[in-house]
Design a protein around this ligand. Structure first.
Ligand code: NAP
Length: 286
């Protein structure tokens, strides 16, 4: 089956609840409704403040539930997109209204599937996902992992949903903090790099508009080249580094300032922070 036809089958058979429509919930709803004509009719959302949810969902065509438990009761796939610290309360609220055979997909940083499974008491299969904000334009890099008791149908639902808004990698749960550090937090690194390149162009006399447009295309084009060739980035770097040229001159500065080490430090720090936050939720929820 092609991706397009399996996506059609998915939207024909499933109803998706998104509980919590802040930055990430909104990004998911935008990405899902843009990518799949007809998806809006199969999505129901809920939030803390119904009027606020209605306002943010205006024009998208999704259903708005009066409560989290109403949203959960109408869905086969329930996405929990609330902050980690309130996820336990939301699960307690929806637990008794979840339909048999449903899947709960948590995108909360740090909260392990074992804890969600325990809170749900076997009422649904559990999958954990770490998407990023580029889901809103169908370009998230998402990782998913199953809970101990989840079935292949749970993973298939998660794969289909997240596959509608970008790429999906399946990993074991012990890697989810690293995923959070790399691709969950990743847009921050890229936004910062883009801002730096755009500022640099402006410093060299380009207009902001031209500088930003060229910086974006350079970043997207270079990433596409790495993906298309499958080459190690260091090998491609050789292609642009001619003796005595501009690239080797610039590279000298990047090495002196330790750009690569800084990126590695940042991903490591974000990974450790994710693990630290996770252990805090574990303590709080007990
Ligand atoms: N942002 C990211 O880049 C990103 C990336 C990957 C994963 N995540 C994960 O996504 C989750 C949401 O993060 P976020 O950045 O989207 O946070 P956010 O912008 O604060 O969104 C959370 C949403 O939950 C709503 N909410 C609060 N209490 C609720 C309740 N009792 N029932 C239903 N909804 C409720 C909030 O509404 P009010 O504003 O009205 O309180 C808000 O709209 C987190 O678990 C985070 O770890 C985020």
């Amino acid at each position: 089956m092609t991706l397009e036809s399996s996506s059609k089958v998915f939207w024909a058979n499933e109803r998706v609840a998104v509980i919590g429509v802040g930055n990430m919930g909104m990004a998911l709803v935008n990405g899902l409704t843009n990518a799949n004509p007809g998806a809006a009719r199969k999505i129901i959302v809920s939030g803390r403040d119904r009027a606020k949810v209605q306002e943010s969902m205006r024009g998208l065509g999704v259903a708005i539930a009066g409560s989290n438990s109403e949203a959960a009761s109408k869905a086969s796939l329930i996405v929990l997109a609330v902050k980690p610290q309130i996820q336990a309360a939301v699960i307690a609220e929806i637990r008794d209204r979840i339909r048999r055979g449903s899947t709960v997909l948590s995108i909360a940083a740090g909260i392990p599937t074992s804890m969600i499974e325990e809170q749900l008491g076997g009422r649904a299969g559990v999958v954990r996902a770490m998407p990023n904000i580029a889901a809103s334009v169908g370009a998230s890099a998402t990782a998913i992992c199953p809970g101990k008791h989840s079935k292949s149908a749970d993973m298939q639902r998660a794969r289909m949903l997240m596959g509608s808004v970008g790429t999906v990698a399946e990993v074991s749960e012990d890697l989810m903090d690293a995923i959070t550090g790399l691709s969950g937090t990743g847009p921050l690194y890229v936004f910062t790099i883009l801002e730096g390149l755009s500022d640099a162009g402006v410093k060299m006399g380009l207009s902001r508009e031209v500088s930003t447009a060229l910086a974006i295309q350079t970043l997207v084009g270079s990433a596409q080249l790495v993906r298309a060739t499958g080459e190690h980035p260091a090998k491609l770097r050789e292609l642009v580094t001619s003796p005595g040229g501009t690239a080797i001159t610039a590279l000298h500065f990047l090495e002196k300032s330790g750009l690569k080490a800084t990126l590695m430090d940042a991903v490591e720090a974000a990974t450790l922070r994710s693990a630290q936050l996770g252990s805090r939720w574990k303590r709080d929820v007990k």
